[in-house]
Design a protein around this ligand. Structure first.
Ligand SMILES: [Zn+2]
Length: 367
């Protein structure tokens, strides 16, 4: 069945349908061996995130994913502009629900199905909620999604279409998470959280495997937007597995981007802190990364430091101009993704540096 270990106190826990954090409040990680990567088996699987099934913590014979996959993954990796031949965009908005969150949701809901749960609850700024709702529908599992009453109406419509029950909450992102967590504990159901459940990162780590295959190695740097760290940590774990298997020689630097109006991780990095102190969200257009108190801040800071990366914060006025610049190149992205591109424009890159930028969410998701 496998076990979790608390990232704060080290206590181990059985994996059950209802556990989502340690008694001490700490976040849980999976106890697992470093996978032995055998690239020769990848072609035995459909061209999706499931090419890397053997590196995921499932029983080898398990076929559960086959009835759940919507074909997620293997998004295109494209040169951003002929004038910048070493900068690539990974077009992760070309996913079943139009955001990179499908990588994590497909794997997390496959685990939920294996645990035979009948209902899941999740909270989200929008994209993760959409992804969880779609895969819950695919699994025939009931689903409640907790959202802000200010969430983009297009994301709300997308979630409703999949038959999930929407619980709109007036309050901060932290208030919404707290409401969802209370419901999870009261109803004793599975918390399909992209923040707390470590299976989600087993899906987002495929971002690294795909880049490795598409580039024939690792890039020098990854520019990644960071709120709760679902892609930063996934990319870090994926490249770490490739590194430990000696398939790459150097870890790519992770350059993590936050909106200056909600930048607890940038502050912690600058201060040399081990954990991020909660901040007050001053309001940002980048709703997908507006996280004032990230639960996995310790791990995010460790990951960025381990890769010798850095953090960048960007101003609101830079976000919309970055969105226009991407549109002019043919890429129509949601506002949070534009914030990440603004981070790239600020990053002091060297001419030969090979860089990958994710285009996390589609433009039509934003108002
Ligand atoms: Zn603990």
């Amino acid at each position: 069945m496998g076990q979790y270990v608390c990232n704060s106190c080290g206590k181990t826990h059985e994996i059950t349908p209802t556990i989502w954090k340690c008694d001490c409040g700490g976040v849980l990680d999976l106890i697992k061996e470093m996978p032995v990567i055998d690239a020769s088996v990848w072609s035995h699987y459909p061209n999706s995130i499931w090419r890397y099934f053997d590196t995921m913590p499932f029983v080898k014979e398990s076929k559960t994913w086959e009835s759940i996959t919507l074909g997620e993954g293997q998004s295109p990796l494209i040169v951003l502009d002929s004038t910048e031949p070493n900068t690539y965009v990974k077009v992760d908005y070309m996913m079943p629900t139009l955001s990179f969150k499908d990588r994590g949701a497909a794997v997390l809901m496959t685990k939920a199905k294996e645990l035979a749960v009948s209902k899941v609850i999740a909270d989200s700024s929008g994209n993760a909620g959409t992804a969880i709702a779609a895969y819950a529908a695919r699994c025939n599992i009931a689903c409640d999604i907790y959202l802000s009453d200010e969430t983009s109406p297009k994301k709300v419509a997308q979630i409703k279409a999949h038959g999930a029950t929407i619980k709109q909450i007036h309050g901060t992102r932290e208030d919404i998470a707290a409401a969802a967590q209370k419901a999870v504990d009261d109803e004793k159901v599975f918390y399909a959280s992209h923040v707390y459940n470590p299976y989600f990162y087993e899906g987002t780590k495929t971002y690294a495997y795909e880049i490795y295959e598409q580039l024939g190695g690792a890039p020098d740097a990854l520019i990644i937007p960071v709120g709760n760290g679902t892609l930063v940590l996934g990319a870090y774990y994926g490249f770490k597995e490739l590194y430990e298997n000696k398939l790459i020689e150097v870890m790519p630097k992770i350059i993590a981007v936050q909106a200056a109006n909600c930048a607890p991780l940038v502050r912690a990095y600058e201060n040399g802190d081990e954990l991020a102190k909660p901040v007050t969200n001053q309001g940002t257009l980048a709703e997908g990364i507006a996280i004032a108190a990230p639960a996995r801040s310790k791990q995010i800071l460790e990951a960025v430091r381990d890769t010798k990366g850095t953090f960048i914060d960007i101003q609101e006025v830079e976000i919309l101009s970055a969105r226009s610049k991407l549109s002019e190149k043919g890429f129509y992205v949601e506002v949070t993704t534009a914030a990440n591109y603004a981070g790239y424009l600020k990053y002091n890159k060297s001419p030969q540096e090979k860089i990958v930028i994710p285009l996390c969410g589609a433009g039509i998701k934003s108002s």
